[in-house]
Design a binder for this molecule. Structure first.
Ligand SMILES: [Zn+2]
Length: 336
């Protein structure tokens, strides 16, 4: 009898485990996460080789892994079983060695844009299109799914619409179903999402002056805001791009340079629609589909309906797309 009960309890236990595993998304455990800078070179049988820049090392479940960027294409990924050579160096030296790449050029350009408190960083690209960014700052509201569905429906072709989703850890942790829905839109080829780090806590207080607000709040750990958010993103199977968006687009030179010291390129916006800015060719458009700024999302739909929006371009493709020069109508390689 005892044996029968034990056996059945075991069955119930196993069934429960199977149900939980089936329902819960299979997320990786990320640990021992830290900056690590190295040049990784992988050669092909035909004698060609590809260079990657390693930016982080960590444990992905039990496996030693690295986060890398391909400095030519700006594609980021996880490297688990390196087959090539890894040469550790300072970030500065590595960028110097890759000076001819898109990543190094954008990095050098961003270094010159550190001083402004509002909207420092890259705000515009010399491209024949626009970059559309969705900021998911922490919010008590659900994602504005109505807006996103209309936004997709207004696309004139059936291709996935390129968008940049700047995501904060606190939003991820409080919107699991919304995140799954957003990821399903990417999986079903409705959206082509580039995921950008928008800080972990994304602190904001209505009462504090700007100089002590957002990431400028006294006592803020910039390393935690950057790295903890990367961990949360990776734990949710999101690979962060090489860009970083400051909460509220607010920063100071010291914090800006610290963020760049992690190898990241700050991304501003020259067309925050709810603030009355108009998008032009090459604009980085900013709206908030986190339910907190309907004015901007309505304006974006209005631009789509009126046909006044240049075709959206993927930020993760910015390294490989051809650039358009309005003066000469000549197509040239990107030189930001
Ligand atoms: Zn935000």
């Amino acid at each position: 009898m005892k044996h029968w009960i034990y056996k059945n309890r075991t069955h119930v236990f196993l069934a429960t485990v199977i149900i939980i595993v089936t329902i819960a998304p299979l997320y990786a455990k990320i640990s021992a996460y830290m900056p690590y800078y190295a040049l990784y070179t992988e050669s092909s049988p035909d004698g060609t080789y590809t260079r990657y820049i390693i930016l982080r090392q960590f444990k992905h479940n039990a496996t030693h892994a690295f986060l890398y960027v391909n400095p030519t294409t700006l594609h980021t990924g996880i490297l688990k079983h390196p087959q090539g050579t890894i040469v550790k160096d300072s970030l500065e030296n590595i960028i110097g060695q890759c000076a001819d790449t898109q990543y190094a050029k954008l990095y050098q350009k961003a270094l010159q844009k550190s001083k402004r408190m509002f909207n420092a960083g890259l705000t515009h690209f010399d491209i024949n299109g626009t970059i559309i960014s969705f900021d998911l700052c922490p919010s008590k509201r659900a994602i504005d799914s109505e807006f996103i569905e209309q936004f997709i429906a207004l696309q004139s072709n059936n291709l996935p619409v390129p968008v940049v989703v700047c995501i904060s850890g606190k939003w991820i942790q409080t919107h699991p179903e919304d995140l799954q829905w957003l990821k399903s839109l990417a999986y079903n080829r409705k959206l082509d999402i580039t995921w950008v780090n928008h800080s972990f806590t994304h602190f904001y207080s209505r009462k504090l002056p700007v100089k002590n607000n957002f990431i400028l709040k006294e006592g803020t750990s910039v390393s935690r805001e950057v790295l903890q958010n990367e961990v949360v993103m990776l734990e949710h199977n999101i690979i962060p791009a090489i860009f970083f968006r400051f909460p509220g687009l607010i920063s100071n030179q010291k914090i800006y340079e610290k963020v760049m010291g992690y190898g990241l390129i700050p991304l501003g916006a020259d067309a925050w629609l709810a603030k009355g800015k108009k998008p032009v060719t090459g604009s980085i458009i900013l709206v908030h589909p986190n339910g907190n700024e309907k004015k901007g999302t309505k304006l974006l739909l209005g631009h789509q309906q009126a046909g006044t929006l240049k075709n959206p371009v993927s930020l993760s493709m910015i390294g490989s797309i051809k650039q358009y020069s309005a003066n000469t109508t000549q197509v040239k390689q990107h030189s930001l």
